[in-house]
Design a protein around this ligand. Sequence first.
Ligand SMILES: [Zn+2]
Length: 326
Amino acid sequence: MATVIDVAMRDQLLDRRQRLETAVFVRDDETQLQHLLEEVDAALARMDVGTFGLCEVCQDPVEAERLMADPLVCVCLGCLSPKQKRALEEDLELGAQIQVGLLPCRDIKYDGWQASYHYEAASLVSGDYCDLMTAEDGSLYFMLGDVAGKGVAASLMMSQLHAMFRSLIPVGLPLERLVERASRIFCESTLPTHYATLVCGRADKTGAVEICNAGHLPPLFISKGEATLIEATGLPLGIFCNEQFTSARLQMRAGDTLFLFTDGLSESRDPLGEEYATERLRRLLCDQHTLAPGALIEASLRDLADFCAGTPKHDDLTAMALRRND
Ligand SMILES: [Zn+2]
């Protein structure tokens, strides 16, 4: 029985076949084209006999995302040759380097503000988004988000978020309009199943902060050892193309800190399967509220490591702290 995916795959293969056939007559490197054509025909033949999407070595289904990206794939990840595995690893390592290159300066001091962050991928690349950027009007923008899913697909979308905000912020839109526009572009350019939760904020030199929380875990606002949660006021980015967002405003004074994090922090588990949870984080941040951003993040990561006691991590983890110094 042909599934929707099979039909789409067949169309894609037939289209590829047609393009290759036309190319055979106009290109000189016929041997390579002939080889590609044979691969497409072999995939179509596998479709006819019902073995399409099954690994040629172990007969188990090939990973669906890989098949979607390349219908010619005929070996599952587990059955790749050492040479093929190495090539894949090198690709990923290069992707990871590019992703690290997108991150902002680790420690920032700017107009009475001090910011720091920690960024850690579950594997080589991360689906978390983290950025800090100053604008011409003197404000400091901070962004922290989490793309649905993990791995390469999520990291590609993370880089899209990065590029969008980097190019939209200089336009100088009000914060809510900025997030709305980003959401629309994101929605129009991603698969319907993909979305991202995000906190986008703007801090100015008077200590005023405006925050838009699009479906993300609430950032913690720590003032005089007391914490307030800044709850989400909108859906994640990219769910609907015409989403509207509202923002919250707060006035930060010397010693106040804003702490943002992804679920890699709050949903990490101990050996018994218990979640770390926002409540434990809240207590720690209140106790340690006098620490500078970098030290505060370190303290929270130490506490998390104590709690997890070696339980392997499964999710990307990002934390950011923004402190008002004067
Ligand atoms: Zn296999």
